[in-house]
Ligand binder design. Sequence first.
Ligand SMILES: [Zn+2]
Length: 248
Amino acid sequence: MFGSPDYDVCAFGAHPDDIEIACGGTMAKLAAKNYKIALLALTQGELGTRGSKDLRAQEFATATKILGARMNKSLDIPDGQISNSQENRHKIIEQIRALRPRIVFVHHWQARHPDHQHASAVVKDAVFLAGLKNIDTGQAPWRPFKIIFYANRFEFTPSFIVDISSFFEKKMQALYAYSSQFHHPQQKSIELETAISHPSFLQNIETRAQQYGAYLGVTYGEPFLVREPLNIEDPLLLFDERNWVAIP
Ligand SMILES: [Zn+2]
């Protein structure tokens, strides 16, 4: 109905670094399979306590390269003010129609940070609206095939977990690229300490990846949710020996 996709994956985050924290291992794994991936931040992260807009843009570009994504972009929605407004939906629809992704990744809607919560809602709505041809952006309509929600701090029962054991190191390298934001074991920062700059933040990321890895019987995992039941053509292809572990 809409023609063919261009990008395989478009991952949206409220701020530069959100995608890397929540699903950097999965992005690296998909990029290694040669899928075409775009990383989009809705804001430029200018409200962050540490770093500056320009520095965060450089860090985002470096992290994108490390993960193997093809492009990254920060939209100009003001940091701290993401809302599900018509203006913001329009900005996101333009990106979806330009990139024509098969799959969109975005924050789960339960989040401590209001920007993360609102990013989830505004991207979900834009994914639907991008398929309506009477919403005029001067581009052809496009509707991604599926939205996959990634985890913030709140827990949810995942629809699936991706084994990122071989890509955990890449994920951490991508996070270290945000040297203005996170603790780096080999670098001393003179900036104010924040919750995410403390060494325990990166340790917590590892602990959570181990927690989800444990459900699969592997070292590291990242959890995801899809809202709709899946239309599976051949369950035998999907449920192979990787899924032998009985999850209570
Ligand atoms: Zn964020």
